[in-house]
Design a protein around this ligand. Structure first.
Ligand code: MRU
Length: 365
């Protein structure tokens, strides 16, 4: 997608430097800076410090992290050690585990001299697949948005609420929840997006708003508690969010606060959709509340906040004095509150039967 009018992706391999170029998302929206990752520690830090974040992008980053580590030492012991280090960076997004397993499966029966080459090919394949999946999610989602737009009075704008950042910055390109919005813009559907600021890290205010602005899409940033009020007053036509892990029965784990938006949407008869590549489905679990590990992050994310000061410098200030804090990064929205799952294979009901049909489609050769 566009940055200052030029097309960009979030991550690409640079063969000459044997490194991976990423956008340091901790500096957005104030600074657009590309940084390079080559050592395993760089990759682990980039994921845990959230220089890269968003389930699909975390997965692709880990895939390249493992592939590049094998260029230094292609032994099975090193593979195991690096896989563990990468897996320990963030616990909730299942794409991390999925991508590492994909690389390990690809090199399982490969001779040591060829393992790094094959791993790198697989990492690039995962990257390309992510772009294709998000493009398809965008197309399926756009037809849904078009249907809802046709139901509105002529000339009215379609109002969509989103939470966190599930745009191209959370993937390689297009995004998940924002892909249908980008496709709808291309199709000429008038759109306005309500952007939840998404405390404590403000992925909505810092990343989603920046993306939409770069793309020329009308949007308004709102405090996290505003959505329910807007829904009661007919100002939201639908909600679309992303997910970090979805169970085989359709429970959705996403950024903290998603559940409350789903409850408000249900109470106001507003469709609540989740957009995801099928790599975000954890087929091994059914009960999201019981089975999904919820990351708890540093209290500093709550107690401090950063932004541009009057002298133009990026500064961090303290917000909370001496109270205890709890910083749960994700919550689970039970399947019954979800209107549908927009995947690269089409739109599925959030229930076991419908997801079983998707599983058959994906895994039957
Ligand atoms: O903590 P983050 O910023 O990695 O959380 C990201 C989200 O919750 C996204 O909504 C989710 O990963 C879906 S992204 C396509």
């Amino acid at each position: 997608m566009l940055v200052n009018g030029s097309p960009h992706t979030t991550l690409c391999y640079q063969a000459q430097q044997r490194s991976v170029a990423i956008i340091d998302q901790t500096l957005l929206p104030h600074h657009f800076k590309i940084i390079h990752l080559s050592k395993t520690e760089d990759f682990c830090h980039a994921i845990s410090a959230m220089q890269v974040r968003g389930a699909p992008l975390i997965g692709v980053t880990a895939a390249f992290g493992l592939a590049l580590a094998l260029q230094q030492d292609a032994s099975a012991e090193h593979e195991e050690k690096v896989a563990r280090q990468l897996l320990a960076t963030r616990p909730t997004a299942v794409n991390l585990q999925w991508a590492i397993e994909r690389i390990r499966a690809a090199i399982k029966d490969i001779t040591e001299s060829q393992r790094a080459v094959i791993a790198l090919q697989e990492a690039e394949f995962i990257r390309q697949q992510d772009i294709a999946s998000c493009n398809a999610i965008g197309q399926y989602g756009e037809s849904l948005l078009n249907k809802l737009y046709q139901q509105k009075a002529p000339g009215q704008t379609l109002n969509i609420l989103t939470h966190c950042n599930a745009g191209w910055l959370a993937t390689i390109d297009w995004g998940t929840a924002l892909a249908p919005i980008y496709k709808a813009q291309q199709a000429g559907i008038p759109i306005h997006v309500w952007v939840d600021e998404t405390r404590p890290r403000n992925q909505g205010a810092s990343l989603t708003a920046w993306e939409l602005q770069q793309q020329g899409i009308d949007h308004t940033v709102i405090a996290d508690n505003t959505g329910g009020h807007l829904m009661q007053h007919g100002q939201v036509d639908l909600c679309i969010v992303g997910t970090d892990r979805t169970t085989a029965s359709g429970d959705v784990c996403n950024k903290i606060g998603t559940y409350l938006k789903a409850l408000a949407a249900k109470a106001n008869n507003i469709p609540f959709y989740v957009a995801l590549p099928s790599s975000t489905i954890d087929w091994s679990i059914d009960d999201g509340i019981q089975d999904i590990p919820i990351e708890q992050r540093s209290s500093r994310e709550l107690t401090h906040i950063s932004g541009i000061d009057t002298d133009g410098k990026l500064r961090e200030v303290k917000l909370i004095a001496n109270s205890k804090t709890a910083n749960y990064a994700f919550d689970v929205t039970p399947a019954k509150y979800i209107s549908g799952l927009i995947t690269e294979q089409g739109i599925y009901q959030a229930d076991k039967q419908s997801l079983n049909a998707l599983k058959q489609k994906l895994f039957t050769v």
